[in-house]
Design a protein around this ligand. Structure first.
Ligand SMILES: *Cc1c(COP(=O)(O)O)cnc(C)c1O
Length: 402
């Protein structure tokens, strides 16, 4: 019967990650379905008016409205929390909803944020354009150097916000060093862990406070739905994040939650195979283009730090050609197997030119300061046979004069 109504954390948290990925969070209905059910309902009915009142007062367990709770969504939240080793998780409609909520829920006018220079374009828009309108200032640092975080601290610094590895330059942040600086000053670290996922890197183990995700990427992993997640302590999730998200409503749909639940079952398998493929493709490209930004390659200056923090390479890296946007676009246009697409974490190999797509909303001088050059291309290596991907790149490189 216990299996039908839910799970006991004291048991599930001791499961190995492979077990958590398949069974974590499963709560069965009275039908005893093996695969998690999809509860497409916006509301819930009560046996009597007193029950409704008690649930709204928080005196009775149960659900009231799907902006606040949904069984399918809660199953995914529990699965991600278990894999992350976090006390709590809340999912969001998209990765950007997750990043926005994780930051906005805890800052007020007069606060200050320190952010890594290399970041997803919209994460930079958040701090460059949105937060200043509400009196929150940001200092941008080269996140590869922990000292720069230390030096940027002001009395009103509230949050360190960074990605590792970062999109699309693949800058690696020393999690242990930067989180220790934050702890010492009572600053909250928010780590965007979309590239690694808990399958490869668990920032909480290095002292991070909040880990946020675009679950659109490796967690769904098959390019189907948008989703996001924020994980952390129960105190942060329940007392700081929830009041913000319950009332502003960036809620994940139960359908999308179900798709990501299915994706999580195969996350570990996919990310390790894609990592192997990415290493093969990265080693090939290293011999053909002037610069490959892939810390999993032994030649990369941050290789040792990367290997200390990550269990495998991950599927994503970038590389640079000398001929700027013209040559980068020519290479993309010559691809036959790899798709021109700005998504990542898909089981298909995809390539994009960040400066004209994902980072086009970032002002040009900021883009260059981030290290996003006109000749940079970002590659997501999929589950195809790596030899086919390499053959396609080989012919496209030649077509682009490389
Ligand atoms: C894709 C991405 C996001 C945004 O996620 P969406 O699901 O597209 O909203 C944020 N951060 C990183 C690092 C990403 O790759």
């Amino acid at each position: 019967m216990k299996r039908r109504t839910g799970q006991d954390r004291s048991v599930t948290r001791n499961w190995k990650p492979a077990t958590q990925a398949v069974r974590g969070g499963t709560a069965r209905s009275e039908w005893g379905e093996t695969s998690e059910a999809m509860f497409l309902t916006s509301g819930y009915a009560y046996d009597c008016a007193g029950d409704a009142a008690a649930r709204f007062a928080g005196e009775q367990a149960g659900m009231t409205y799907s902006r606040l709770q949904n069984p399918t969504v809660e199953m995914l939240e529990e699965r991600i929390a278990l894999l992350e080793g976090a006390e709590a998780c809340r999912t969001m409609a998209t990765g950007m909803a997750a990043m926005t909520a994780a930051i906005l829920c805890q800052v007020s006018a007069g606060d200050h944020i320190v952010q890594g220079r290399a970041a997803f374009g919209s994460c930079r828009w958040l701090t460059d354009s949105l937060l200043p309108r509400f009196g929150v200032e940001t200092t941008i640092v080269d996140a590869r150097d922990p000292q720069q975080f230390q030096d940027a601290i002001r009395p009103n610094t509230k949050v360190f916000f960074f990605e590792t590895p970062a999109n699309p330059t693949m800058d690696v942040v020393d999690l242990e060093a930067v989180c220790a600086i934050a702890r010492k000053h009572g600053i909250t670290t928010v780590v965007d862990n979309a590239f690694a996922t808990p399958a490869l890197q668990r920032p909480l183990e290095f002292g991070a406070d909040v880990v946020a995700y675009s679950a659109t990427k490796m967690m769904d992993g098959q390019g189907r739905v948008l989703a996001g997640a924020v994980t952390g302590s129960s105190a942060f999730i329940n007392d700081v994040l929830l009041p913000f998200t319950r009332n502003t409503g960036p809620t994940l749909s139960p359908f999308n939650a179900w798709v990501v639940l299915k994706g999580m079952e195969t996350l570990d398998l996919r990310i390790h195979r894609q990592s192997e493929n990415a290493l093969k493709v990265g080693s090939f490209l290293e011999k053909r283009v002037p610069k490959v930004n892939f810390p999993a390659l032994p030649s990369h200056p941050q290789h040792n730090l990367f290997m200390r923090q990550m269990a495998a390479a991950g599927p994503i890296f970038s590389f640079e050609v000398d001929g700027g946007r013209k040559q980068a676009h020519a290479l993309l246009d010559a691809l036959e197997l790899v798709d021109i697409s700005n998504n990542i974490g898909d089981s298909r190999s995809l390539m994009t030119h960040p400066s004209s797509t994902t980072h086009s909303s970032v002002a040009e001088e900021k883009r260059l300061e981030m290290g996003v050059t006109e000749g940079m291309l970002r590659l997501n290596v999929g589950l195809e046979d790596a030899e086919d991907v390499i053959a396609d790149l080989d012919q496209a490189l030649r077509a682009a004069g490389l």
